[in-house]
Design a protein around this ligand. Sequence first.
Ligand SMILES: Nc1ncnc2c1ncn2[C@@H]1O[C@H](COP(=O)(O)OP(=O)(O)OP(=O)(O)O)[C@@H](O)[C@H]1O
Ligand SMILES: C[C@@](O)(CCOP(=O)(O)O)CC(=O)O
Length: 526
Amino acid sequence: MTAAAALRASTTLASAPGKVLVVGGYLVLDRAHRGLVVGTDACLYTAVQSQHLGPASEVHALGADDVPIVVRSPQFESAWWRYAFNTATNALTQHASASHDQNMFVQVVLETTLALVNDRTPGGLQARLSEAAAAGAPGQSVGLAIVLAADNDFYSQRATLDRLGLGRSSEALRRIPARAATGTTLGSVHKTGLGSSAAMVTSLVAAVLAHFGVVDKDALRADGQGRRTASTEDVQLIHNVAQYAHCVAQGKVGSGFDVSAAVYGSHVYRRFSPAVLAAAMAKGGGGAAALADATSPRNPGWDGEVSAVAIPPRLVLRLADVDAGSSTPGMVKRVLQWQAANPEPAARLWASLDAANSRIQALWSSLVEAHQADSDDYDRAVDWCAERPSAEWRAGADCAASTTRALLADLVDGMHRVRQLQRGLGEHAGVPIEPPEQTRLLDACMAVPGVCMAAVPGAGGYDAIFCVVLGQGASDAVERLWSGWAEMSVGPLLARQASGGVCLHGPDLYPDLVAGLVLPPPRPSV
Ligand SMILES: Nc1ncnc2c1ncn2[C@@H]1O[C@H](COP(=O)(O)OP(=O)(O)OP(=O)(O)O)[C@@H](O)[C@H]1O
Ligand SMILES: C[C@@](O)(CCOP(=O)(O)O)CC(=O)O
């Protein structure tokens, strides 16, 4: 094996998609309700490599059982962290970082996944690493180099576009290099709401577990269409570990739809019962046994549901960030407070929203079926609607004669109903779920020919909007509306829907990530 081939073989590269919660915000917190989540082609990536990290004495004060780990996120200023994982105690210690800060999400994932590798593989982590060490010089400390990278859509590119003197358009965004430097720190970056922490956690979990053979590396590899053949059990293990680590790092058990989307891509989601994580997350931790039990794919406590769903053919998801800013945790808190204080009206509203959300899911399925049953009618209806604003779709004698046209018109009405109920929820709870500025923008989007859905995703607020459009003409037209919108600054994102979830790739596909694995000389401990 040549040195370059050996390096490639010792590198594992995983990606996990971002998410858009199309309907189901707030309701998905409760197992009684489901949400429709679409995975994006914007992904978070992790590259893991077993490496000689230099003479043991220079890496940092290592004991015999310590495995050194260096993590970098080169798109950000001051984003590197050095750890040692102790294979005797399964404890991870941070030794140094660029600015004395911690990255809780990275830290918890590393501690959890390396403990699982250590406990589940014969000879433990040291044995797996010493296979890679065989080729190295004696006295060298073998460990892991890890690089994290995100597609540009996870972060607002306004500052970069302004610096380059470019306007806010897809064309301008395509001129920014892939996974470009953000020019700022992780703490200050403007996120767009695609779920960077969930996608990062999921890609890191998959990369580490696959790197050490805890899950089947080949089966997790994406084919030409981004599909993988991994066993249900392997994918469930990645899911369970990612949910656990994400909950521990954020200090609470959320609905988990963002991690689920990072693992499975687009689907209809029903949450898991939080009890499955109680023992492992208890103060003081439940130890190795509790962790193994909580994350086991055979643990029946993982009672969440993932039902396949596809955005109907020729419908395209478009996203825009609005850069006005909302605090999701604050909004969730106030909505739940109102719900608790007003159980009866809240129950009625939840039931109405649930019915309206389910109607959207059902209409998507019916459109997929309509395409399968009569693709000519489907294409004719989509072509016809793409030329006209949605308010005109039900008019005309042939609406009743075209199954697809009637379904598209129903989808428009269904989305208006969801928005009306979301506005009601916002007014009751005193939370700007679809504030008037967003209503004006969304109504204007709906008036553009070929736009069939427009709403605020997830928790809502001022952060972002999504549209579902019929083809390229409508996509371009809605983007022209955004670029001329004066009331708020609306910036398009490049991301589109993608059905695949977490998967592995050949490192040759991402030379920028692999280049990041070549580490600068070690610095003294701080
Ligand atoms: N590219 C990355 N490199 C390193 N750490 C990252 C990266 N992206 C996310 N993280 C981790 O996730 C944290 C952000 O998580 P937080 O829960 O605040 O955002 P989020 O809700 O996932 O954001 P959004 O949904 O808006 O993308 C960061 O502070 C960091 O710990
Ligand atoms: C409000 C909530 O239901 C959805 C939040 O979605 P988003 O992060 O705004 O996409 C909270 C949650 O499910 O974690």
